[in-house]
Design a protein around this ligand. Structure first.
Ligand code: SF4
Length: 313
């Protein structure tokens, strides 16, 4: 299908010749920003509970979570014929390498699993791990997905991220040097960032050797440090409403390198987890449909302004 952005579905369709579905797994990892290695508070926005599908429970084996995940997706979507095990909850490289190998291998041993996607922090990787991942990608698809969140150190500090942007940049570059596909996750609307700052980030992200990106509008989750801040000082936050966000992400995509695959333009979590207002309970498919419709109305596309940006710099 001819789309106005470099879509995740077409990336995988080109790679596998068919639609693939990610199956989320909670393999019982922790995170150095929670267990005391860096801090105990975590990132101020973090609520893993809001992102974990109900079948993901660390008490269940990786195999059981994958079987239940496939069953869930087959009932709901029926379109995928191949699956990727998505190690999603917390920092999924935050264990010694021999333990990581055992965990990932449980997924790789399953015939229905075409590969693994590993979500982690950019300060939780090293060269022995990348070497191992490079080896397993001879037989399976492998992707590392980093939480970058912002390109601005002042923001990363404010949300207690525990690493700076240079760390994320290094991790992405090193991953690319090992020939491993690499994803980046970013949040739009973090406190202290103006729209101009967020749009300028497109030029920075465009220069990174990223395969995919995921964008989320800031949503404030119950029980987080950010929820406390928001309830005390709601005026310190600019939360996008849907219409404003649609135009914003299109402006952003116009400046984004067209070679980078966009996996998501926006986040979707059950409203019961939110302190901030949900977007009319819209599912992501509907939000995406509206973004694409607006792209058509504006006769624009991902990368439309990317070359101009490069010529100017
Ligand atoms: S967002 Fe990720 S890195 Fe931050 S506290 Fe949560 S699990 Fe840790």
């Amino acid at each position: 299908m001819n789309r106005r952005f470099n879509s995740y579905n077409s990336y995988f369709t080109k790679l596998f010749g068919a639609r693939v579905q990610k199956i989320s797994i909670d393999a019982g990892f922790s995170c150095p920003n929670r267990d005391g290695k860096l801090s105990t508070g975590g990132c101020t926005f973090c609520s893993n509970a809001a992102f974990n599908p109900s079948y993901c429970k660390p008490e269940k084996s990786v195999r059981q979570q994958i079987e239940e995940g496939i069953e869930f997706h087959q009932k709901r979507y029926r379109r995928a014929s191949q699956y990727l095990a998505y190690f999603q909850a917390y920092s999924n490289t935050y264990k010694p390498l021999d333990e990581l190998e055992q965990i990932y291998q449980q997924a790789l041993d399953m015939p229905s699993i075409a590969g693994i996607v590993i979500g982690t922090r950019p300060d939780c990787i090293d060269e022995p791990l990348l070497h191992y991942l490079n080896e397993i990608q001879k037989n399976h698809y492998v992707m590392l997905e980093y939480g970058v969140e912002s390109v601005y150190d002042v923001t990363l500090k404010r949300v207690n991220r525990g690493h700076d942007f240079a760390t994320a940049k290094r991790a992405i570059q090193l991953t690319a040097e090992y020939g491993i596909p690499c994803g980046g996750h970013f949040i739009f609307g973090l406190p202290g960032e103006t729209k101009a700052m967020m749009l300028d980030a497109a030029d920075v992200i465009s220069q990174l050797p990223l395969t995919t990106v995921k964008f989320h509008q800031l949503q404030i989750f119950k029980g987080t440090k950010m929820a406390e801040e928001y309830l005390q000082h709601p005026d310190a936050f600019h939360l996008f409403d849907l219409e404003e966000y649609i135009d914003f992400v299109i402006d952003f995509a116009e400046r984004l390198n067209p070679n980078i695959v966009i996996e998501r333009f926006a986040g979707e979590v059950p409203p019961r987890y939110l302190v901030s207002e949900p977007w009319m309970n819209l599912r992501y498919d509907e939000v995406l449909h509206r973004i694409e419709k607006r792209m058509e109305e504006r006769d624009t596309w991902q990368g439309k302004r990317y070359k101009k940006q490069l010529e100017c710099t």
